[in-house]
Unconditional design. Structure first.
Ligand code: UFG
Length: 336
């Protein structure tokens, strides 16, 4: 029996595949490489000694997805594949809704037709919207401020409705906070196309000299130093959370939304200074206006994951910056 990982060549997907393989699971990846590279497969093989089966296919291509379920014995799916850039989603709403939502509908139809009813979904803390107080708890109302966020809210609803209709489904909605860092080996890590949107890859590219200066988006928030506070979580901790979620789903039915965060907030300037320590030199930055749609603070109440999955993050901000720097130092041009 195998676990199908959609988007398994991506940042979080690849780290999860490594942990699944190392835990003795058989893994099948489906990825269209729209935001990842085939080289990731070589890296996963280098780390684990095992090359997972790969289907290069798009979730919108239903016959191609059916073929996977026909050829492989899939017992559960971890569904990462989707577009994820907030700003781009505002410019391209149709593309985002079509790709993320229709892709998920096709996947679930194929799963149902082949009797596979266990899914772990890659959701986001973005579903807590603008109006909930921190720390965010799973029972809070969900909302969104951009098409990307709405795809997460809607897919959570769609998957929950599947269980309402058919009690054989097991649905786990993992709400990630801010995953950063890289595998200890430096062989896999975050490798965004173009100029990064997210803080850590941006800092890393300034640190390595590819970008001149970090813009800190706002220093007048009601936070420890005025800059935005987020719950950064090491991508390997996050990957291990998926392992726990899969094991849980194999023995349960139902729907559970679960935060994967550390429960601690760190400001932009605190992260910047931690990265300076990791790379051993100062990093150029300037204070810029707030970015539209940003909130002051976002961090998890991480207690449900601990109680339900017996999972908690153990890696520190220092670990995250050290491994992130190790990855970009070894792969200054990304995965080639
Ligand atoms: N920031 C900067 N400069 C940059 C980039 C970011 O100052 O160049 C700041 C932001 O203003 C924010 C913090 O760094 O305060 C983190 O920003 P990111 O873009 O790295 O992350 P976000 O918290 O905005 O977004 C992340 C994910 C989204 C997800 C969201 C909510 O990228 O997918 O968390 O969970 F929707």
């Amino acid at each position: 029996m195998a676990i199908l990982v959609t988007g398994g060549a991506g940042f979080i997907g690849s780290h999860t595949v490594v942990e699944l393989i190392q835990a003795g699971k058989e893994v099948v990846i489906v990825d269209n490489f729209s935001n990842s590279k085939p080289e990731v497969l070589n890296r996963i093989e280098k780390i684990t000694g095992i090359r997972p089966i790969l289907y290069q296919a798009d979730l919108l291509d239903k016959p191609a997805i059916d073929k996977i379920f026909e050829e492989q014995n899939i017992e559960a799916v971890i569904h990462f594949a989707g577009f994820k850039a907030v700003g781009e989603s505002v410019q391209k709403p149709l593309e985002y809704y079509h790709n993320n939502i229709t892709g998920t509908l096709m996947l679930c139809q194929s799963m149902r037709e082949h009797g596979c009813k266990k899914i772990v979904f890659s959701s986001s803390a973005t579903v807590y919207g603008m109006n909930n107080p921190v720390p965010f708890k799973e029972g809070m109302p969900t909302s969104a401020t951009n098409p990307y966020g709405y795809t997460k809210v809607m897919i959570e609803q769609i998957l929950s409705d599947l269980y309402v209709a058919d009690k054989e489904w097991s649905v786990i909605l993992l709400r990630y906070f801010n995953p950063i860092g890289a595998h200890e080996s430096g062989l896999i890590g975050e490798d965004p196309n173009g100029i990064p949107n997210n803080l850590l890859p941006y800092i890393a590219q300034v640190a390595i000299g590819k970008l001149p200066c970090l813009s800190v988006f706002g220093d007048d928030y009601d936070t420890v130093d005025g800059t935005g506070v987020r719950d950064y979580i090491h991508v390997v901790d996050l990957a291990l959370g998926h392992l726990k979620a899969i094991d849980y789903s194999l023995s349960h039915t139902g729907v559970e939304a679960i935060n994967l965060g550390t429960g601690n907030g760190t400001s932009v300037l605190q992260i910047l200074h931690a990265f300076e320590k990791a790379c051993g030199h100062s990093i150029n930055y300037k204070i810029a206006p707030r970015r539209a749609g940003d909130i002051a603070s976002c961090y998890a109440d991480a207690s449900k994951a601990k109680e339900m999955l017996d999972w908690e993050a153990t890696r520190t901000i220092e670990d995250m910056c050290r491994t992130g720097w190790n990855f970009i130092s070894k792969n200054p041009n990304g995965l080639e």
